[in-house]
Each structure stands twice: as structure tokens, then as C-alpha cells.
Design a protein around this ligand. Structure first.
Ligand code: UDX
Length: 443
């Protein structure tokens, strides 16, 4: 059955969800307040780098199943199923999540509704938000209009957003157990094609569904910080964290994924989500339960400083007056996202310590320049490495992983390569006369 769906927010989450719902055969309207983003999307251009999304977008625009608008009135008239996919950034100066964009969707939409509606929240929110928004929606809806609020958290990873939406590991739906309604039935219609492929579908209460998302991200962050803590111990004892990760990863209870030691996690989700989770637990009086996340955060931030120290050592004790090439600026490969990117943060710290830093990233130059305008940006690997005293690989783009030392042998001043993601083959570099250093590995 074809549903008429509105998706609020056209960022990584919203734009992907809108295009993918159209791909499932539904009629979809994407709504945003940013006219520049809408203009791009309407012309078939994805406003950020996400592999495969442009094809899905174009195909569904051409088929007439997908449109974009900035009008809430149009949205209210068009849809009876609404998804909220707007951002929940960290509040300035505190750990808590800023919910103003989520609140604003509910406040603006619900008074305009002309027929019964189910609103599904997808954004990552502190537990308790969905119940509060449901009350708000019921209070603001016109008389005679029944509005139901449910939560359907999103687990998509940047770089795999389309795949994660169309072939998810699981679907989770939180419903208001005190007010049984149509949300489950509607979700089953929306996701009928996925459910036919036997995707696990868990229906629970609102609070649990909100917590599933924050707990998942907290676990992933903890797993990364665990291996980075092991890297610190490896550094202190001349052991090798990559072999350690392989060896413990064979234990199926542990698993090798998300055990890559390096400069740690960044991006628009993990750092702010663990902080918002701590803040919310504090409000609920359960702060002790999550004090370990503060340590997870600390370990993570320490890796950035450690990388700068490694570079300082490698160039002879002081960065002042040195030239450093930074390969990679995005928070991870296959993304142009530089929000809280460890790579850019390290590049900035190096510059503050007096190095002249030249950054190259295959996709994120524009976003990087907007965030760190004082760094210099090269247009390719060779350009970045010109005259470098050290080359740092800080995002594991394939281009860097597969790079041959001969590409930059002749342009650097010193053959020193620092692997911030443990993504290079030390033997390849050492056999070409390079000094190779990685985090959590023997010098
Ligand atoms: C994350 C979650 O994975 C996703 O399920 C959720 O919906 C949103 O947040 P994303 O932010 O796209 O997704 O990135 P992810 O692939 O999780 O990587 C996060 C960070 O951890 C990156 O900076 C990455 O470089 C780093 N990382 C990841 C490591 O340092 N080591 C690893 O082993 C894995």
C-alpha cells in the first residue's frame, strides 16, 4: 500500500529517510526550513556526500514520488504519516541535547493538521522526550483531529545511510502504551517491504525505544574507547594493539568490529549522544550509572592529544616551524562530515603549536575550510605532502590506505609517516625507507 509521508529535516538522516521511503514506493514530501538545501534536493543534488544517495534521490524525483517544500501547511494537508528527522545538537556550554528543532516541528505542524495523524520521531532524543512531545501534540491539535506520537529511532551510519535504511539490522518502534493507537499498524504499512524481508521488528514503549538508540551509541563509543585504552597500555609496554584487537576480536562474544584503535570517535552522533545521555541520567537521578561514559569521553579526547605528541616526537621535539601534511579531515571515510572530527581537531592543535599544516581530504575540503579557515588546504595528496617533515594519516580513506610510498617519496622533506587510524601497512612503508609510527604500536 502506498502511504503519504512527510519527513521533517533534510540533513543526513531526513534526506536519506525521505528518499528511501520513496524508494519503497511511497509518496513523500521532504520539509526543511533551509531554502538552499531544498533547492539542491529539488534539482537532484544531495547537499552532502553520501555514497549512493544521489541515485535514489534522482530516481524518485523523476518518478514523481518525492518532492520537497518549506511549507508546513502543505505538509499538513499532504500527509497523514509524519517523520521527524531534524537535528538534536549538543547545547552550547553544557552536555544536554538541544531539542528546539524537534519541539518546533511539533509546535508548528500540529495546529495545522486537518486529519488524524501519526507522528514518528526518528531523531536521537533524551528519554522522556517522546512522552512530552505527545502531550504537546495532543494539546495543540485542532478539535476532532486525533494525533498519535510514536518513536522509531534511526541507526544509520554515515557512508552506509541508504543501506542502513533499506536493509536495517532491526526496526524499533516505541508506542504510547497508555493510549493504544494505530502507530504499529501504520509502521507495518510503511515498512511492509522490509518486514517481508524478515527484518526483526521490536515494538516497545516510548521510553525503551528512546533508550535503545542512546544505549547503542554509548556501547559503540565504549567499545572504541576500550580498545584505545588498550592502545595506551600497549604504548606503555611495547605491545601492538592491532594484533591484540584481532586476537580478542575472534572471540564471538567480543567481535572485531569497532575495535579499531586510533585517534578515536567523532562526528555528529557519538560524542554528543554520550554527553546528552550522561546529562539526562543526571536529571533522572541515575547519574552514577553512567559515570563510566565520562571516562569513555576522556579516553577518546586523550587520543587526539597523544597523536599530536607522537607527531612532535617524530619531528624532533618541537612542532615550531615544521611543515606537516594531514591526510584526511572528515570524521570518518566516505563522508564529508567534519563535525567534531578528530582529524581536523588534531590539525588545529598542530597549527597552534607552531606547525604549518597542509590538509587534504577527498570530500570535505569545503566543510573543513568553513570550520577551520586558518588551515591551508591542498587539492591532492602530493600537494599536501610538499616539503613535509611528517605525513599524518588521520582519516582512513581508501586512497590513503592504498597509497604507494613512491607517490610522495620525492616531495617530502623527511620520510616520516604517522598512522592515526592504524590503516597502513607498516612493512610497505618501512621497506621504502620510511619511519612508520602508529598509535598503540611499537615505534
Ligand atoms: C554512529 C552509529 O554507528 C550509528 O548507528 C548511529 O545511528 C549514528 O552514530 P556515525 O556517526 O555515522 O554512526 O559513525 P560511526 O561509523 O559509528 O563512526 C563513529 C566514529 O568512530 C568515527 O569517527 C570513526 O572513525 C570512529 N571509529 C569507529 C573508531 O575510531 N574505531 C572504530 O573501530 C570504529
Amino acid at each position: 500500500m502506498t502511504c503519504r509521508i512527510v519527513v521533517f529535516g533534510t540533513g543526513y538522516l531526513g534526506a536519506t529517510h525521505a528518499a528511501c521511503m520513496a524508494e519503497l514506493g511511497h509518496e513523500v514530501l521532504g520539509v526543511d526550513v533551509d531554502p538552499a538545501k531544498l533547492a539542491k534536493l529539488e534539482s537532484g543534488e544531495v547537499p552532502f556526500y553520501e555514497p549512493g544517495l544521489d541515485e535514489v534521490l534522482k530516481r524518485n524525483l523523476d518518478a514523481g514520488r518525492l518532492r520537497f517544500s518549506d511549507s508546513y501547511k502543505e505538509a499538513a494537508e499532504f500527509g497523514d504519516i509524519f517523520f521527524i528527522g531534524v537535528g538534536t545538537p549538543q547545547k552550547k556550554g553544557e552536555f544536554a541535547a538541544d531539542l528546539r528543532f524537534v519541539d518546533s516541528v511539533v509546535d508548528t505542524l500540529t495546529p495545522l493538521l486537518t486529519k488524524d495523524a501519526v507522528i514518528f520521531g526518528k531523531s536521537t532524543v533524551p528519554v522522556g522526550t517522546a512522552a512530552r512531545l505527545g502531550e504537546r501534540a495532543r494539546a495543540l491539535a485542532p478539535q476532532g483531529v486525533d494525533v498519535e506520537l510514536a518513536w522509531n529511532p534511526e541507526f544509520l551510519r554515515e557512508g552506509f545511510a541508504v543501506q542502513d535504511t533499506l536493509e536495517p539490522d532491526r526496526l524499533v518502534l516505541g508506542v504510547d502504551t497508555e493510549r493504544p493507537g494505530r502507530a504499529e499498524e501504520v509502521a507495518r504499512e510503511v515498512y511492509a517491504k522490509l518486514l517481508a524481508n524478515r527484518v526483526p521488528f521490536l515494538v516497545t514503549d516510548l521510553a525503551t525505544s528512546e533508550l535503545v538508540k542512546t544505549a547503542a551509541n554509548a556501547f559503540l563509543a565504549t567499545k572504541i574507547s576500550f580498545i584505545n585504552a588498550m592502545a595506551e597500555v600497549c604504548e606503555a609496554s611495547s605491545a601492538d594493539v592491532t594484533v591484540l584487537a584481532d586476537a580478542i576480536g575472534y572471540d564471538a562474544r567480543i567481535g572485531r568490529r569497532f575495535l579499531n584503535a586510533g585517534i578515536g570517535f567523532g562526528g555528529g552522533c557519538l560524542p554528543k549522544d554520550i554527553r546528552a545521555f550522561m546529562a539526562r541520567a543526571g536529571e533522572l537521578g541515575a547519574d552514577q550509572a553512567l559515570t563510566f561514559l565520562r571516562e569513555v569521553d576522556n579516553i577518546n579526547m586523550r587520543r587526539r592529544t597523544r597523536m599530536v605528541e607522537l607527531a612532535r616526537d617524530a619531528v624532533g621535539g618541537s612542532l615550531l616551524g615544521t611543515r606537516v601534511a594531514v591526510l584526511g579531515a572528515a570524521f570518518k571515510p566516505d563522508s564529508d562530515d567534519v563535525r567534531d572530527s578528530p582529524a581536523l581537531n588534531i590539525a588545529g592543535q598542530m597549527q597552534l603549536q607552531g606547525a604549518s599544516v597542509s590538509v587534504y581530504d577527498p570530500k570535505s575540503a569545503e566543510n573543513s575550510r568553513a570550520l577551520f579557515p586558518t588551515l591551508s588546504y591542498a587539492t591532492d595528496v602530493v600537494g599536501a605532502c610538499e616539503g613535509a617533515d611528517a605525513v599524518m594519516v588521520l582519516t582512513e580513506w581508501r586512497e590513503f590506505r592504498e597509497m604507494q610510498p613512491s607517490l610522495i617519496d620525492k616531495v617530502v622533506r623527511n620520510k616520516v609517516i604517522l598512522d592515526g587510524r592504524n590503516c597502513l601497512d607498516p612493512a610497505r612503508w618501512r621497506s621504502s625507507g620510511w619511519e612508520y609510527r602508529g598509535l598503540g604500536r611499537r615505534a
